[in-house]
Design a protein around this ligand. Structure first.
Ligand code: 2M8
Length: 426
């Protein structure tokens, strides 16, 4: 089938009465950053769906502006089809959670701001867009208010699921500190391992899942609003903070177009960019790394998210040049691997521990264009499109250029949506 038609058919198949599931059976609800990418795809051919996608997402917004990572639409019927389920999350431990809609209690990289700038460029002003802009500003305010505990200018990540890169080796040391005794009482009812082929090679292990649930339970005990003093998982994550900065920048230009007050956003942008370079840039390695707040150290492993600051305009010209040289080390792969293949912990098929992801390739492509590196950008775009043409709209892919195969979920929505964007070359 023609690639464009294939991508549209995946999005149509996954459209559920106002929102899009990331992948049939594996992810049967609405996910936060997935929806941002998916809306970009709809913007190419169905702008009504693009609006509805984000409007459905914001139905899950909490009273303090927080935007959770999963919205369990129709939980009464399907709530148990995913693990951890709507009832396991039990977001209503917080009075701030919506009364009539179940959600998770953590968030994901805030991509919506820069997605909305694309809405504006394509469709101009509208009341619907203005409502989404205001909702997104409330979301950002909630992050700065509740997740910047030390006034650093950066947002803290309290769960590996928040980063979107769930089992990245970046989090190993923090997660390993949750020992087997601590998770002894945690029961699993995993659905993912039953849905995905070769799940023992592709999905996280049971012990890893128990640790994720230990973090969930601890946050739940604190109503998802604070952390205990000895909480082991606190990071300045690259994806969350890059997305936040790019989105803040977009909200400033949108704010100006809609005559909104932008002074606070401008202050947030300046502080965050400054702090990003202070904490996350490694001049010796010419790369950005996540920062482990508990252990007060950068986690020195390169991976696709090391290059996301480009699309947020974080590096200055000299840093950008060095960073793009570092990225060139990965020229011979199907895109930028989620973790450096030279490292021992690299795993070719396991989820975020090595393979190529289309959202990362897309965001890095945007970053390369932003810094005028059209040659690298064009190559990455071409490779990404050809990979999906051969392997289909899978969740993620082999890094090996001689093996264009995909793994994990099938009919994966953000792969389909972002390929539509890349085919459009815009
Ligand atoms: C994956 O994460 C979920 C938990 O949020 C899971 O594994 O069950 C990640 O790849 C995440 O980035 C993505 O948003 C989600 C849905 O596609 O799946």
């Amino acid at each position: 089938m023609d690639l464009e038609k294939l991508c549209v058919s995946v999005l149509e198949k996954n459209w559920y009465d106002g929102f899009t599931i990331p992948s049939p059976k594996l992810y049967p609800f609405q996910w936060n950053w997935d929806s941002g990418f998916i809306a970009l795809g709809y913007l190419r051919y169905n702008t009504e769906h693009a609006f509805q996608e984000l409007e459905s997402l914001f139905k899950g917004q909490w009273k303090n502006g927080f935007l959770p990572h999963i919205i369990f639409h129709h939980a009464e019927r399907y709530g148990e089809d995913y693990f951890p389920s709507a009832s396991y999350w039990n977001s209503n431990v917080s009075d701030l959670a919506p009364a009539n809609l179940k959600t998770s209690g953590i968030t994901q990289p805030p991509v919506i701001g820069f997605v909305l700038e694309q809405f504006y460029r394509k469709l101009g002003k509208s009341d619907r867009l203005l409502t989404l802009i205001k909702d997104t500003i409330r979301f950002h305010d909630s992050l700065y208010e509740h997740r910047d505990l030390t006034n650093s200018g950066l947002i803290e990540t309290w769960h590996n699921w928040e980063s979107g890169m769930d089992n990245s080796p970046w989090w190993d040391q923090a997660l390993d500190s949750i020992n087997e005794d601590m998770v002894a009482d945690i029961q699993l009812n995993r659905k993912d391992a039953k849905v995905v082929e070769q799940s023992n090679e592709t999905r996280p292990s049971d012990l890893e899942y128990k640790r994720y649930l230990w973090l969930l339970k601890t946050l739940q005990h604190h109503k998802f609003a604070s952390i205990p003093i000895d909480y082991p998982f606190r990071f300045y994550d690259l994806a969350i903070n890059s997305a936040l900065i790019a989105s803040t920048e977009s909200l400033i230009s949108l704010g100006k177009a809609f005559d909104l007050e932008t002074e606070k956003l401008e202050m947030q942008l300046t502080n965050s960019k400054h702090a990003f370079n202070e904490y996350l840039w490694n001049a010796d390695d010419r790369a950005y790394y996540p920062f482990d707040i508990v252990r007060n150290a950068q986690v020195k492993m390169k991976g696709a998210a090391s290059f996301l600051p480009l699309m947020a305009g974080v590096p200055d010209a000299s840093q950008a040049e060095q960073l793009m040289e570092t990225a060139a080390q990965f020229d011979n792969y199907n895109g930028i691997p989620s973790i450096d293949p030279e490292l021992d912990i690299f795993e070719p098929k396991r989820y975020w521990r090595g393979p190529v992801w289309i959202n990362m390739n897309y965001l890095i492509w945007k970053g390369l264009l932003r810094y005028g590196n059209n040659r690298m950008a064009d190559e990455l775009r071409y490779k990404t499109i050809e990979l999906v043409r051969e392997a289909g709209c899978r969740e993620y892919f082999s890094i090996d250029q001689n093996k264009k195969e995909g793994y994990g979920g099938k009919d994966f929505s953000w792969t389909a949506a972002l390929i539509l964007v890349m085919l459009d070359n815009n």
